[in-house]
Write a protein that binds this ligand. Structure first.
Ligand SMILES: Nc1ncnc2c1ncn2[C@@H]1O[C@H](COP(=O)(O)OP(=O)(O)OP(=O)(O)O)[C@@H](O)[C@H]1O
Ligand SMILES: [Mg+2]
Length: 203
């Protein structure tokens, strides 16, 4: 069966869990035989948009280029997972208006928790005034008003947030539901089960 494409657009402050959730969701979708692509800030900013910085103008350009790619992918049946801070509401709404099947995921997390996590050590630097235009500290973040999905990563485990996204996709017909056991069977186990069935003459 050919799946319909979509863009899952993760927005939220640095360290809020966009990449972690998108990576795990991508793995599950691959397991369900979907065509999947990731467009992640850290990687895209080293390639497609490496000439851009973090001024409002550059952030907008960054999103415009990514939108162009995401649009092409989604309309060709690819599950496209995009993870950028994307702090400006107007810009995200502009993306929504040009991409069919646009699904906004807000990775919501209190600033205090992010400062505590500080995975990349950036909050410390930003709070010391070493980084200009740092979202949440010295640059604005505009929360989504009507996101399709909200994950509260200061209250949920990574697994809970991931299954929230998967459940939404299933409920809304973007992803075929998995049979109960499927999510717990690794590819290695699957291979073993296949061999066993072959030995027994079932395959
Ligand atoms: N419910 C959750 N969902 C996602 N991540 C979580 C959750 N709970 C804890 N975490 C942790 O929070 C961190 C999120 O980091 P991640 O790199 O995904 O953030 P990010 O939003 O991609 O940041 P950046 O914008 O800097 O790329 C990870 O270390 C992850 O394990
Ligand atoms: Mg990230």
């Amino acid at each position: 069966m050919e799946h319909k494409g979509f863009t899952l657009w993760f927005t939220g402050l640095s360290g809020s869990g966009k990449s972690a959730i998108a990576d795990d969701v991508a793995k599950i979708l691959v397991h369900r035989k979907m065509k999947v692509e990731r467009l992640d800030g850290d990687i895209v900013r080293q390639s497609l948009t490496k000439d851009l910085g973090f001024s409002k103008e550059d952030r907008d350009k960054n999103i415009e280029r990514v939108t162009f790619v995401a649009k092409l992918l989604s309309r060709n049946g690819v599950a496209t997972l995009v993870s950028f801070i994307s702090p400006y509401r107007e810009k995200r709404d502009a993306v929504r208006s040009v991409i069919d099947n646009f699904i906004e995921v807000y990775a919501k997390c209190q600033l205090e928790v992010l400062i505590e996590r500080d995975i990349k050590g950036l909050y410390k630097k930003a709070l010391n005034g070493e980084i200009e235009n740092f979202t949440g500290v010295s640059d604005p973040y505009e929360e989504p008003e009507y996101p399709e999905i909200v994950v509260e990563t200061d209250k949920e485990s990574l697994e809970e947030s991931v299954s929230k996204v998967i459940r939404w996709l299933e409920t809304n017909g973007y992803v075929p539901p998995a049979c109960e056991e499927e999510e717990f069977i690794t590819e290695i186990e699957e291979e073993e089960i296949k061999k066993r069935l072959e030995t027994l003459g079932y395959l």
